[in-house]
Unconditional design. Structure first.
Length: 334
């Protein structure tokens, strides 16, 4: 018996049933998942909104605290700045007081030695000077005068004046007054010269030679001094050495007056050595050029320069001691 070959039908009824069931299951799953998704999303949205609000509140709180801290920090910085300013002022006051103490001590020492200095510093009067003094009605000032009671015993006088900015601004009226007082104690001399601390001459036409003494010449010197302001390096050394080298003479009695406030640089001993070499001593230790100095307390108003005041005082005191003169430190600019 012959077998008949069966044709296999792909899309049979059974197959279609299976496929339909599969699709139905998939559709059911999709329906279920779509139904639950909005609830999950809504819940997540509510939760995140609450978290954002909470974080924003925390941020505002932190910003408020930051502003408060910044204000406190600014206040502390201002207090610190005020404390630093107060400390700087106190340090300046302390430096000024120390400078005043040193200057006062130097002045006291100088005043105690004035009488002894005058006894050993007197130069011998020439016959002409004695004759001029006997003819004059002028009376020398007392020993406690502003210029230290310097005797009238020189035939020539030289002024070395510090023309620095500090002297011009703070001490110039007093400088003019003291110079007039010094001129008054010398009623008659053979010659006068005025130079600044750099060695520059007040009157260029008399550079290197003596200005003849007369009342008119003296008035011209004091008038010119009112507006005289050549360059200065605030050190009297150049002017002193220049004056002694140019005008020293073994047959002349000369008084050299230094009016200043500052000696900022250089060695004191080197200056003393240079002056000693130029101002040769005679028998008995006397010197032809007698050096006097008047110190002005200008730098007491500038605490940072207090050391320069002490250096100037020390230099002038040594120069006066070794060159038969006297040093007077003023304690006021009035």
């Amino acid at each position: 018996m012959k077998r008949r070959n069966r044709e296999i039908q792909v899309f049979s009824l059974s197959f279609l049933d299976v496929v339909s069931c599969g699709f139905g299951a998939i559709i059911l799953l999709l329906v279920i998942s779509k139904f639950s998704e909005p609830m999950v999303v809504e819940k997540m949205s509510v939760d995140l909104s609450g978290l954002v609000v909470e974080l924003e509140d925390q941020l505002h709180e932190i910003r408020g605290e930051t502003r408060i801290i910044n204000r406190k920090l600014k206040t502390k910085k201002e207090q610190l700045s005020n404390y630093e300013d107060a400390i700087a002022r106190l340090q300046g006051d302390l430096s000024s007081i120390r400078g005043q103490y040193k200057a006062a001590k130097l002045e006291l020492d100088s005043q105690l030695r004035i009488e002894q200095q005058l006894q050993t510093a007197r130069q011998s009067l020439t016959e002409e000077m004695k004759r001029l003094q006997s003819q004059s009605t002028y009376q020398p000032p007392a020993s406690d005068s502003a210029i230290g009671g310097v005797p009238v015993d020189s035939e020539y006088i030289i002024f070395i004046i510090d023309t620095s900015g500090s002297m011009q601004r703070y001490a110039w009226p007093l400088v003019r007054r003291k110079m007039a007082e010094i001129l008054e104690i010398y009623p008659h001399v053979k010659g006068i010269q005025v130079m600044n601390d750099m060695g520059d001459y007040m009157f260029s036409q008399y550079a290197g030679r003596w200005i003849p003494d007369s009342p008119a010449r003296r008035r011209s010197i004091l008038k010119r001094l009112a507006s005289w302001s050549p360059f200065s390096n605030s050190s009297p050394v150049e002017g002193i050495n220049s004056a002694i080298r140019r005008f020293y003479s073994s047959d002349r009695n000369i008084s050299l007056y230094v009016l200043g406030d500052d000696f900022s640089r250089g060695s004191i001993q080197n200056v003393l050595n240079e002056v000693e070499k130029n101002n040769k001593s005679l028998q008995g230790g006397q010197r032809r050029v007698r050096i006097h100095a008047v110190g002005f307390p200008v730098l007491f108003t500038q605490p940072a320069a207090g050391m320069n005041v002490a250096r100037f005082s020390a230099l002038m005191r040594r120069l006066a001691e070794e060159n038969n003169g006297s040093f007077v430190g003023l304690n006021s600019l009035q």
